[in-house]
Design a protein around this ligand. Structure first.
Ligand code: MSP
Length: 502
């Protein structure tokens, strides 16, 4: 058994979560659920990033103290994730005492190791990004490349982290580990940034006091990104519980959006090296959900909440769409038509249709009792291939491919039923063989869709007469052909995914 520690970025509590945040969280959840299915011990962490100027300003605009604001906003993330069936094991808030303690210890260690010094900093700062930009990174007119707003000139006495001295160690680390950053294009992007030369970075602020205090100089608070990245080690007991920390670190997989590559693929591994711990095992980078060609964000006029979509389409269909239609690593345009089209094609017409057909014919030809599968079915070979493809796809961080293969098995099964037409045949061994194999496919598919659609998986499992929860099955053993026992009552029930008219 191996350990799998998966994280999402911790989200700024500037506003309630939007679908872009849900995209990351659902993908991380699916990965966590997949790893539980294959028997790994999983720790899945998400949470909220509550310090920094951006949050302080959002609170001020509402006439609230930053803490009152974050206390009000952070639970909205936790609630949104509960509403999407997210199975996180912990939810960290950077305003928690456990986090302040870890940040202070981690950065004191870096300081003690000689990687921090004091100097004056002058530069152009983007508050929404919470970072300084160099002149070569800006859009014409000194605009932020992400937010397209004019940047603010700031000058401060800061403590600096000697990032420059980690250039060669980072290059060596990248060269020794081919897949620390996925996909490869993002690995190359990070590596070429490192090879282009690294400047030291300012890690403290005196201009605000909403942050974790610098233990060796109380006039300063740590810059929000420094505080935020450390959440990943706080949650597994850094500085508090060494045994626990050693169990989970560095077997960590950070799932992040592409705009925060530099923080996770350059700064964070360098910080880990400076603090004397191993850098993270893997950073998986995904693209953006776009709305009309622009990144969805809190500030978009047409902001859509995950809860609205879950009400309209159902939690599992929303999760399925996010996983199936926007391959991790690519950008994807978000649209109501896109969700509806996927819903009708894959859920109503393929999976839902198979389930209701099988249940109906088992009712009419087998007295409602599901027969055992046929060992010689053509579908058995396809199921073996699909299981292998799913394993490979999840390992490669490609949920869309895992689901695509799974749907191939479903389509082949529907095709098999159409050619055998058991609904027209006399009850007997041939009908039993066809229906038993279709039930076996439904059993295997229930397990394979646990990461994407955990409650639909449970419902299919129950309707075909199986006990317990498919999430408790263990792959690959449970995916072997022939596991459906037969002799179980199969329930017809209402359509699981009624066809949408829009
Ligand atoms: N607080 C920092 C992260 C600190 S991690 C130590 C931050 N927060 S954020 O609220 O802006 O969320 C960023 C993450 O939300 C992105 O990296 C991405 O995972 C997700 N997304 C936000 N908008 C998104 C889209 N439009 N599309 C896809 N993911 C998006 O940055």
């Amino acid at each position: 058994m191996s350990r799998y520690f998966i994280t999402t970025p911790i989200y700024y509590v500037k506003d309630a979560p939007h679908v872009g945040h849900a995209y990351t969280t659902v993908n991380a959840d699916a990965l966590a659920r997949w790893h539980r299915l294959v028997g790994d011990e999983v720790f899945f962490l998400t949470g909220t990033d509550e310090h920094g100027q951006k949050v302080a300003r959002a609170a001020e605009e509402q006439g609230m103290s930053p803490l009152a604001w974050t206390d009000a906003l952070s639970p909205r993330f936790a609630e949104a994730w509960a509403g999407l069936d997210i199975s996180n094991d912990d939810f960290i808030r950077t305003t928690e005492p456990r986090h302040a303690a870890a940040v202070q210890q981690f950065l004191s260690r870096i300081n003690d190791n000689g990687h921090i010094y004091k100097d004056t900093y002058r530069g152009l700062y983007c508050v929404p990004c919470e970072r300084y930009y160099g002149p070569d990174e800006l859009l014409p007119g000194n605009l932020c490349p992400d937010h397209r707003i004019p940047l603010e000139e700031l000058e401060e006495d800061n403590y600096f982290f000697r990032l420059s001295s980690f250039q060669q160690p980072l290059i060596d680390w990248y060269e020794a580990n081919a897949d620390i950053v996925l996909p490869e294009s993002k690995r190359n992007e990070a590596l070429s940034f490192i090879k282009g030369g690294l400047n030291d970075i300012s890690i403290t602020r005196t201009s605000i006091d909403w942050g974790v205090r610098v233990p060796w100089d109380e006039a300063h608070v740590f810059y929000v990104w420094y505080d935020a990245l450390i959440n990943y080690v706080t949650a597994i007991g850094y500085g508090q519980d060494d045994d626990r920390f050693a169990e989970w670190w560095p077997s960590v997989h950070h799932l992040i959006g592409k705009e925060i590559i530099r923080f996770h693929c350059v700064w964070w591994p360098a910080m880990c090296m400076a603090a004397g711990i191993d850098p993270p095992a893997q950073v998986q980078v995904h693209g953006w959900l776009l709305l009309g060609g622009d990144k969805m964000s809190n500030s978009s006029v047409n902001r859509i909440t995950p809860a609205d979509l879950a009400d309209e389409y159902g939690v599992d269909p929303l999760r399925y769409h996010l996983l199936r239609d926007i391959p991790l690593g690519s950008d994807g345009e978000f649209s109501a038509e896109g969700i509806s089209a996927r819903y009708n094609a894959d859920l109503a017409n393929t999976l839902g249709n198979l389930l209701s057909r099988v249940a109906t014919v088992v009712g009419s030809k087998c007295g409602g009792v599901g027969p055992a599968p046929d060992g010689g079915s053509r579908l058995a070979g396809i199921a073996v291939d699909v299981l292998a493809e799913a394993v490979a796809a999840w390992d490669a961080g490609a949920p869309h491919l895992a689901l695509e293969s799974t749907w191939r098995l479903l389509r082949e099964t529907n095709a098999e039923l159409e050619s055998a037409e058991p609904w027209k045949a006399e009850p007997g061994p041939e009908v039993d063989a066809v229906l038993g194999s279709a039930l076996e496919v439904l059993r295997i598919v229930s397990i394979l869709i646990v990461p994407a659609m955990p409650s639909s998986a449970r419902e299919i499992w129950r309707r075909i007469g199986l006990e317990g929860d498919p999430a408790d099955q263990r792959l690959p053993a449970a995916g072997a052909w022939g596991g459906y026992p037969g002799g179980r009552a199969v329930e017809k029930g209402a359509p699981l995914f009624p066809r949408r008219k829009d």
